[in-house]
Design a protein around this ligand. Structure first.
Ligand SMILES: [Zn+2]
Ligand SMILES: [Zn+2]
Length: 651
């Protein structure tokens, strides 16, 4: 139908359809059909695309209100908030030039070209001005320019960065901008109808950031902020941010003396201190034992290998920027390993394989080294050397779905043992650039789907997000603060078996190519340890606590009795320590609590006479007086039952 039609048919949020005159705005439609639909509505989806409420409708379409509760609604809300912040900055500091200001998860930022960093006092001033702008309830309107007009307009306003952005646009496309009061910003939109729609607004921090993220470009001043539809939600968020700060693994790692990163050693390289190393050992023991139980063979591989190996695997062509420079050894070049895969492939290749042997599952806690720019390094989360809990499975095509099923079950079991009960799964399918035939991709994707369905796992589809060599399933865990972390991944690979010429002799007596699966459950031990540390806020569950019980004599008189208690605990495999310092018991208790030791066993005269201990938990709760045997029973009961063998030791 043509745009001149006088009436249009609109599908409404309740599924009904109504006729409206052409030229009506989306906001008017929602208001006239049911006033309630405008409550909390900040924008609208027209045929699935987020638009301003003021969008004029000329043809039949479907309308859906957008509120803060959806991801798209949050984006509109936060992005509109960053415009308000930019306006406040321009009003307070007219010399600042605006660049870009996107919504991000949980908030927004805006980068300004300004002669100096913004101080905390500046932020207070800007925030107060932003609140004023919200109060003014300025109407937000959209305009469109030709590219040249937009360039002229922003040039005249002295906004060089905006001009540079517009110059990068296509010539024939109209350029849109949004105005609120005196402030106008280049923007695709959509936006909230007026500034007063922002109910709770707060600036958080400022930091330097390079223009377009490139360190050769000028340094800009970035301000972070956040906004919410209620003050209560904002306050809850701020409290959560405080908790995140308190649980920062870099801070806890230092306080609990678990690990360090030192400049003399090199950035991104982890030194595991005794207590951290002990926790890691417990994690690794559990990992190895469970892998053997689940039908894996464990292997070890070297940290360097001939560069040629990485040429065969394709890493030299596709992964070079993450690899360190190669080193000459006699007449060949060697390379520090960025991955474990080629080594496991070489183990597979060391024999002629029969279909009867498959599947083969090679697991390794394999340490790899990857070049990461110093700017992106972050504690244990992003490092230059780390240990993957890696495994490579080689199977026949008919075994693929069953193998993936087993990996998924194993993943859930491992994550649950570490206390992660909530997770989300994502199935990523064929990307634009990829290797392998359509048939291979279809078969593998179906196998992954089958595994997900057989296990009755809820999952989301990530179309086109697979690796170039095959589809994959990613598992994201939720931590105690509700944050998502991607740890586990299961990836099908058609590429490496081909590159390395892997074969097996099938039932038909002929050579066939096996399918390879790359998988990691925790991802990197370093990062997983960092996540665990923040998840538990340093109070590791008893089976992972480096010290499970601390014996605290009240005075020197109980030294002998305290030592016998310690020995009894240790004899039973409990990780116990004794605090013999000549300090007040109150201080000893406080320090043991700070060290997050699960059990404190206080011994005074009464206890030494009756052969008991007075038990206190790290949360301050008293369990009363009991025998050492009873304490051991309590501790044993806190060890997950799957750990009742070697890896659970001590205890
Ligand atoms: Zn905008
Ligand atoms: Zn791999």
């Amino acid at each position: 139908m043509s745009a001149t039609q006088s009436s249009i048919q609109l599908s409404l949020p309740d599924g009904t359809s109504q006729e409206f005159p052409a030229g009506v705005t989306a906001g008017e439609v929602l208001e006239q059909s049911n006033g309630k639909w405008l409550e909390g509505t900040i924008a609208v989806k027209i045929d699935g695309v987020p638009k301003d409420l003021k969008t004029v409708l000329q043809q039949n379409s479907t309308l859906e209100p957008l509120t803060f509760s959806s991801d798209e609604g949050k984006e509109v809300y936060r992005h509109s908030s960053t415009h308000i912040m930019a306006q406040a900055v321009k009003e307070c500091f007219p010399a600042a030039q605006v660049t870009i200001g996107p919504a991000i998860e949980e908030g927004f930022f805006y980068d300004f070209a300004f002669e100096r960093p913004f101080t905390p006092e500046d932020l207070e001033l800007i925030e107060a001005r932003a609140h004023e702008i919200i109060k003014r309830d300025l109407i937000i309107t959209r305009q469109e320019f030709t590219k040249q007009d937009a360039i002229d307009f922003f040039k005249a306003r002295g906004e060089a960065y905006k001009v540079e952005i517009i110059e990068g646009f296509q010539d024939d496309e109209p350029v849109s901008a949004y105005t609120q009061g005196e402030f106008i910003d280049l923007c695709r939109g959509p936006h909230i109808p007026s500034t007063g729609h922002i109910k709770a607004f707060k600036l958080l921090t400022s930091a330097g950031a390079y223009w377009r993220g490139d360190e050769r470009n000028p340094m800009l001043q970035r301000i972070y902020g956040t906004s919410f539809p209620t003050q209560e939600a904002l306050e809850k968020h701020i409290a959560n941010l405080e908790e995140i700060k308190k649980r920062d693994h870099r801070k806890l790692g230092k306080e609990l003396d678990l690990f360090s990163i030192q400049d003399e050693t090199g950035p991104g390289l982890i030194l595991w201190h005794p207590k951290g190393a002990l926790i890691r050992l417990l994690i690794e023991n559990f990992w190895r034992e469970q892998h053997i139980k689940h039908g894996y063979d464990l292997v070890y591989s070297p940290h360097v290998a001939r560069l040629d190996l990485w040429k065969t695997s394709g890493h030299v062509d596709y992964y070079r920027e993450n690899m360190y420079a190669s080193m000459p050894v006699e007449s060949s070049e060697y390379q520090l390993k960025p991955m474990n895969c080629p080594f496991h492939i070489m183990v597979y290749k060391s024999h002629l394989r029969s279909y009867r042997e498959l599947p083969l599952r090679y697991g390794e806690l394999g340490t790899v080294y990857r070049y990461e720019r110093s700017g992106v390094l972050h504690g244990l989360m992003r490092v230059r050397g780390f240990t993957q809990d890696d495994a490579h499975l080689f199977c026949r095509p008919d075994q693929l779905a069953a193998e993936v099923s087993k990996v998924l079950e194993f993943t859930i079991f491992v994550l649950q043992t570490f206390g992660f009960t909530e997770c989300e799964m994502y199935l990523s399918t064929r990307p634009e650039k990829s290797v392998g035939s359509t048939e291979q991709w279809d078969q593998a994707t179906q196998a992954l789907e089958k595994a997900l369905n057989d296990g009755q796992f809820d999952y989301k589809l990530d179309p086109g997000e697979g690796v170039f060599y095959g589809p994959k399933i990613d598992v994201k865990i939720k931590d105690a603060l509700g944050r998502s972390w991607q740890c586990s991944t299961v990836q099908v690979d058609f590429n490496n078996p081909n590159r390395f010429g892997l074969t097996y002799i099938a039932e038909d007596g002929k050579s066939h190519q096996p399918i390879m699966i790359h998988r990691a459950l925790m991802g990197s031990i370093e990062r997983f340890f960092g996540i665990l540390l923040e998840h538990y806020g340093g109070a590791f569950p008893t089976w992972l606590a480096p010290v499970q019980a601390q014996v605290l004599p009240i005075s020197d008189k109980q030294q002998e009795y305290g030592t016998s208690v310690l020995n009894n605990l240790r004899k039973e495999g409990c990780r116990a320590e004794l605090d013999l310092r000549n300090e007040k018991i109150g201080l000893k208790i406080r320090e043991a609590e700070k060290a997050k030791i699960p059990y404190m066993l206080v011994v005074g005269d009464r206890e030494s006479q009756s052969g008991t201990v007075s038990v206190r938990k790290r949360n301050g709760k008293s369990l009363g007086t009991m025998s050492v045997e009873e304490v051991l029973t309590i501790i044993r009961n806190e060890i997950p039952s799957v750990l009742s063998c070697d890896s659970s030791r001590p205890v």
